[in-house]
Design a protein around this ligand. Structure first.
Ligand code: A2P
Length: 334
C-alpha cells in the first residue's frame, strides 16, 4: 500500500511511523509529509530513507491511506482533497470528530461500524481513548449513569514546544513558553482553550467524544483536565456511577478479559498503573479499582496509558489494520 503520514516530523507523526514499522503494516511506499520548512529533508522508516513531501505532492500521488496529525486546520483543508483522490484518511486532529456523518473510532469498541463509505475517519482525543477503553465493557454490563473524571496529562500531548519548555526550566534557562506558566514543579488546570461555559475544550472533548463512541447520549460526563510535569503518559482518576449493582471482583475479571486493557491492581504489593510504566506500551492500564464508599453502585478507578501510542498513533494504525482486515481499501497498483 501507498501510505502518507501527514505531520511525519511531529510528536505523533513520529510515533505513527514507529508503530507502522513495528506492526508490519503493509507499506510498499511511504510518503512522509510535513510543512514547507521540512520539504526536501529526509527521514528514516524501517531500513530505508524517504524524502519529505509537500502535502500537494502527496495528494498528487493518490495514496491508499493517509494518517493525519498536522493540526486541525491542515485536516480541515486537506483531508477532503485526499478523500477526493480516493485516499482513506485517518485523522488525529479534532477537526472531524464531532461531525455527525464522520465516525469516531476506537477499534475495540466501534470498529465494526466502519464501511467503504467512510473516507475520513476520526481518531479520538488521547484522554478520551483511554477512558472509553475502560468505560465500554463496564457500560455494557452495568449501565453507566455518570462519570466524573480528572486527568493528569503529560506535556507530550502539547507537542515539542512543551517538552522544550520543561527541559529549559529544569536547566534553569529562559525561552519560548508553550504554557502561560512554568510547568516544572507545577500543575495547570488548563488543557487547550477555555470555552464560554467555563470548561476547557479538552474537558468538553472528554464529555462529547465519550458519548459519541459509547453511542449513548444518556451517559453524563463531568471532566477536569490538568497538565502535569510528566514527559509521557496520561493518568485519570475516574468516578463512575452505575444503574446496576456492581461487584469489584467481577469488574476486575471483566476488565482483565477486555482486549487492550491490562489490570494492575494489587495494593498489598504497591501495584497500580503509572505513566512511567505505561510509556512505550499499547495497552490501557487500570488499577485502584474500589467502591466509592459514599454512594451505591459507584466505583473509583485510576487509568493510565501512553498518550502518543494508544492515545494517538497506535489507535490510528489499529483503525488502518481494521480497514485492511475488512477489505475496505481499494488498493492501487504500485
Ligand atoms: P514541520 O515539522 O515541518 O513543521 P506537532 O504536532 O508535534 O507540532 O507536529 C505538527 C506536524 O505537522 C509537523 O510534522 C509539521 O511539520 C506538520 N505540519 C504543520 N503544518 C503543516 C502543513 N500545512 N502541511 C503539512 N504538514 C504540516
Amino acid at each position: 500500500m501507498k501510505v502518507a503520514v501527514v505531520g511525519a516530523t511531529g510528536m505523533v507523526g513520529q510515533v505513527m511511523l514507529q508503530v507502522l514499522g513495528e506492526r508490519d503494516f503493509p507499506v510498499d511506499e511511504l510518503i512522509p509529509v510535513a510543512s514547507k520548512r521540512s520539504v526536501g529533508k529526509s527521514l528514516a522508516f524501517r531500513n530505508a530513507t524517504y524524502r519529505i513531501h509537500s502535502i500537494e505532492e502527496a495528494i498528487a500521488k493518490a495514496p491508499d491511506l493517509a494518517l493525519f496529525s498536522a493540526g486541525g486546520e491542515t485536516s480541515l483543508e486537506y483531508a477532503p482533497k485526499f478523500a477526493e483522490a480516493g485516499t482513506m484518511v485517518i485523522d488525529n486532529s479534532s477537526a472531524w470528530r464531532m461531525d455527525p456523518v464522520k465516525k469516531l473510532i476506537v477499534p475495540e469498541i466501534n470498529g465494526e461500524t466502519l464501511t467503504q463509505e467512510d473516507k475520513i475517519i476520526a481518531n479520538p482525543n488521547c484522554s478520551t481513548i483511554q477512558l472509553v477503553m475502560v468505560l465500554n465493557p463496564l457500560h455494557k454490563k452495568y449501565g453507566i449513569k455518570r462519570v466524573v473524571v480528572s486527568t493528569y496529562q503529560s506535556i507530550s500531548g502539547t507537542g515539542i514546544k512543551a517538552m522544550e519548555q520543561m527541559q529549559r526550566e529544569r536547566a534553569g534557562e529562559k525561552g519560548e513558553m508553550a504554557y502561560p506558566y512554568p510547568i516544572d514543579g507545577n500543575c495547570l488546570p488548563h488543557c487547550d482553550v477555555f470555552l464560554e461555559n467555563g470548561y476547557t475544550k479538552e474537558e468538553m472533548k472528554l464529555t462529547n467524544e465519550t458519548k459519541k463512541i459509547l453511542a449513548d447520549d444518556t451517559v453524563l460526563v463531568s471532566a477536569t483536565a490538568v497538565r502535569v510535569p510528566v514527559s509521557g503518559g496520561h493518568s485519570e482518576s475516574v468516578n463512575i456511577a452505575f444503574e446496576k449493582e456492581i461487584h469489584t471482583g467481577d469488574i476486575r475479571k471483566l476488565l482483565s478479559e477486555t482486549a487492550g486493557v491490562t489490570v494492575q491492581d494489587n495494593v498489598d504489593l504497591n501495584v497500580y498503573p503509572m505513566p512511567l510504566m505505561a510509556k512505550g506500551k499499547d495497552d490501557v492500564f487500570v488499577g485502584r479499582i474500589r467502591r466509592d464508599l459514599t454512594q451505591v453502585n459507584t466505583l473509583n478507578v485510576w487509568i493510565v496509558a501512553d498518550n502518543l501510542r494508544k492515545g494517538a498513533a497506535t489507535n490510528a494504525v489499529q483503525i488502518a489494520e481494521l480497514l485492511v482486515k475488512k477489505h475496505l481499501f481499494n488498493v492501487s497498483s504500485t
